[in-house]
Each structure stands twice: as C-alpha cells, then as structure tokens.
Design a protein around this ligand. Structure first.
Ligand SMILES: [Ca+2]
Length: 254
C-alpha cells in the first residue's frame, strides 16, 4: 500500500534525491576539472541536471535491491512485547489456536493479603478473586502497610497444565471519573518474579509506564505464583496500595 506519511516522504526524498544531488555535484566538478560536459555540448547547469536525473533513475533499482537484501537477511522480530522472556531457552510462541486461556473452574486463586470489608482498613473490598474475574474495573489490592513489596498472588490448577504464557496488569489500570487515573495514584509493579511449582524464576523489571507485563513460561506446572519484588509509589496523598486489575494464563492444548 502506498505510504504517504510525512516520515515516509522524507525518508524517500533522502534516499532518492540525495544520491542524485551528489552526482550533480560530481558532474559540476567534472565540468570544471575535465570539461567533459562541454565536450558533450551541454552547459554546466544542464549537465548537472542530466546527471541528477540519471543518478535518480540508476539509484532507484539499486536502492530497491538493497532494501530487499536487508529485509531478507534480517532476523525475524520477537512477537512478544512488554516484559516477555526472550531468552534463548524459552520455547517459540505457540501456533495460533493451540494456546487457550485458562478459565474457572480450572484453578483456585490465593494471595499474600487482600483488602476485604472486614479488614482493619474498612476500605472497599479488593479480594484476590478480583484479579481473575475478567472484569477490568475490579482489582486485587494487598492489605499491608506501604506499597506491598513482596506481596504475591497465586493460581493453583486442578491438574498440571502446560503453561504457555501469562499476562497481568502491573497496577490498577482504571480511570475513575472522580479520582482520575488510578494506575498513577496507586502503587504499581517495578519488578516481579515467577515461582512455578516452587521453583524461583529470574526477576523481571517493569518500566514505570508499562501497564501490562507478559512472560513466556513454557512449563508444565500445577502452581504459578507471581511475586512483586519492588513497586513504584502512587500519588495518593494518604492511601498507598499495590493493585492488579487482571491476571491471565494461557495453556497449550495437547
Ligand atoms: Ca478484575
């Protein structure tokens, strides 16, 4: 499809016109030093113009061929984004259609602490169940002092599954009509690690504006725990809580 974006037009101009401009300068220099354009019965300006046109016409197929060679030799892009684990020992992404989201009642959820209406805070209820309810407006919030560094949420599967990958929001990814952006106002994840059947995985950092973390797992397991190692502070003046809106797990079907 024809790309008429300003960046594309600028890039094309640089790629096509610049070499021709250089050739025009070379033609002008040859006229001064050798007089070749004069012997061809053309003036300096006409010689430079002809050289520029010929240069552009000759450069175009060379440029197209070079672009194809570069794209053919370039490595394929990693389709994982965010904090996906791109280490060489991780398996390649599953073929479309083979990876399915794990749903209830395939697992039970638990967490290190949770805000409930009966907790000492007497705040709104934010149980860990809210991280897996499929509702982007509800969130799990821990119930410890501070931002809850070290808090965890865990899924225990009814039977071991081949976990393909996980994805979770790194904070309260919701905009409240009164309070505004709850992600910035609450604490959110700065680094986390996975524990798969008790085996501790490598800690992964999360950028301050990354609202979702994704990771390839590629293991058969009966239990998956996400442990929040570090957090970014929220901007709420009083209450500071870590929140996760949604956590999703995909499994590979046999
Ligand atoms: Ca939710």
């Amino acid at each position: 499809m024809l790309d008429l974006s300003p960046d594309s037009i600028l890039t094309g101009a640089v790629q096509q016109i610049f070499p021709a401009f250089v050739l025009a300068l070379v033609a002008a220099a040859l006229h001064v030093t050798t007089g070749i354009p004069s012997r061809l019965h053309v003036g300096k300006a006409a010689g430079a113009l002809v050289a520029a046109v010929l240069g552009a016409l000759c450069w175009w197929p060379v440029n197209v061929a070079w672009t194809h060679l570069r794209s053919a030799s370039a490595p394929s892009a990693n389709i994982r984004s965010g904090n996906a684990d791109s280490r060489s020992e991780t398996p390649p992404p599953a073929a479309p259609g083979r990876s399915v989201r794990v749903k209830r009642p395939e697992f039970d959820v638990s967490c290190s602490s949770e805000q409930t209406r009966t907790s000492h805070t007497q705040r709104r209820s934010h149980p860990c169940e809210f991280a897996v309810d499929g509702d982007p407006t509800t969130a799990w919030q821990e119930d410890v002092d501070g931002c809850g560094d070290g808090s965890w949420i865990q899924l225990r599967f009814r039977q071991p599954i081949a976990i393909d990958r996980i994805s979770f929001t790194t904070g309260f990814d919701k905009t409240d009509w009164q309070l505004g952006d709850l992600f910035a106002k609450n604490c959110h994840v700065a680094a986390y690690h996975l524990e798969i059947d008790g085996n501790v995985q490598q800690t992964k950092p999360v950028g301050p504006s990354e609202r979702r973390a994704e990771g390839v797992v590629g293991k058969v397991a009966a239990q998956l725990r996400i442990v929040v190692d570090r957090t970014y502070p929220g901007t709420f003046p009083k209450e500071v809580d870590l929140a996760i809106t949604e956590l999703s797990v995909w499994k590979l079907e046999p």
